[in-house]
Design a protein around this ligand. Structure first.
Ligand SMILES: O=C(O)CCC(=O)C(=O)O
Ligand SMILES: [Fe+2]
Length: 347
């Protein structure tokens, strides 16, 4: 949707006081969120990384990966103040920066995952739009990191995002180590197959929506890389698919981080662990902010199941893929649940 050549932002729509969402944002009935179910909702598990002994932490991670592909971590060592700060700077940018200033950082609407302030996720313009604006930051490797392309306001924005990026990468490495060990693999097995992290941070802003029952903040997908860390505020709206049902992921206490296994980890583990399908729903009263940190392979890396997990009785389940080809397919075809990883399945 374009206004005078400038792609519109959902926040501007939301603030215009409309009472019905424009048709481009209306999901087909089978994609719409359900009214909350009366049964007590189950939720993703929590793993305390500072818990007693690596054996039990490894076991808890393994079980969470088998059952959900998504879990909260606490005791991870990233200071709560830094988690608070990364949400604060994001929210300040969206709430307090004048639109004209924000648009100085507009991302290139023709390129997928380009850095900056945007709203549309896919290149295709025939898909239903998400009720979301975002700011995407290229953070690792350091050769991609140029904080002058990030907001200048509030004044500690760039320092906070850079500091958080480094702490998140260290945590992602630790988690992939535990994932490897939980499958009986050497600690660095999954990390080595991923190679040097390509890390992006997307701060998503979901404005209040006049018709939350018709829209999605972010359509159902699994993340394409290796592992995603997600910091969310207390508003809530993230949902994970479990046994065919969408389950809400409430924010826990302030230092909890949501971990989502992504598609390349599913391939490397030969499908022993599945990537988590997730989406974001909207609400009519409160804007929501989340900070997603993606840890992906470099585009030239070839990803295939770890040889240690392959045997005569357990043949490879996925064919090898060059990660860059996977990314291109994801952005051109769209996620549609897990169609991109399903396309790699061997008989
Ligand atoms: O905002 C959220 O909770 C989900 C964000 C997400 O899934 C993504 O950016 O890939
Ligand atoms: Fe995601």
């Amino acid at each position: 949707m374009e206004v005078a050549g400038e792609p519109i932002r959902v926040q501007i729509l939301s603030q215009s006081g409309l009472t019905r969402v424009p048709p481009q944002y209306v999901q087909p009935p089978h994609h719409r969120p359900k009214a909350s179910s009366p049964s007590p909702p189950q939720t993703i598990p929590t793993v305390d990384l500072s818990g007693s002994g690596r054996d039990s932490v490894r076991e808890a991670i393994g079980q969470a990966c088998l059952d959900w592909g998504a879990f909260h971590v606490t005791g991870h060592g990233i200071p709560t103040d830094l988690l608070r700060a990364v949400k604060r700077v994001g929210l300040t940018f969206f709430n307090d920066c004048p639109v004209a200033d924000k648009l100085r950082y507009a991302c290139d609407p023709a390129a997928s995952a380009s850095e900056g302030y945007g709203s549309r996720m896919l290149e295709r313009d025939d898909t239903v739009l998400d009720w979301r604006d975002y700011f995407d930051h290229h953070t690792l490797p350091l050769s991609r990191r140029d904080p002058t392309r990030w907001p200048h306001f509030p004044e500690d924005y760039r320092r906070v995002v850079a500091e958080y990026a480094d702490r998140a990468a260290a945590l992602a490495r630790e988690l992939l180590g535990l994932v490897s060990e939980s499958l009986g693999l050497p600690t660095r097995c999954v990390e080595e197959r991923v190679g040097e992290f390509y890390q992006n941070i997307t701060i998503s802003y979901y404005p209040p929506c006049p018709q939350p029952e018709l829209t999605l903040g972010l359509q159902a997908h699994s993340d394409m890389g290796a592992v995603t860390l997600l910091v969310q505020d207390e508003v809530g709206g993230l949902e994970v698919l479990k046994d065919g049902e969408w389950v809400g992921v409430k924010s826990l206490d302030e230092d909890a981080i949501v971990v989502l296994l992504a598609d390349q980890t599913e391939i490397i583990t030969n499908g022993k662990y599945k990537s988590a399908q997730h989406r974001a729903v909207t609400n009519s009263s409160r804007a929501r902010l989340s900070v997603a940190t993606f840890h992906d392979p470099t585009k030239t890396v070839k990803i295939s199941p770890a040889s240690q997990l392959i045997s005569e009785s357990g043949p490879p389940r996925f064919r090898e893929v060059v990660y860059g080809d996977y990314v291109s397919s994801w952005y051109t075809k769209g996620p549609e649940g897990k169609r991109n990883i399903d396309a790699l399945l061997l008989d």
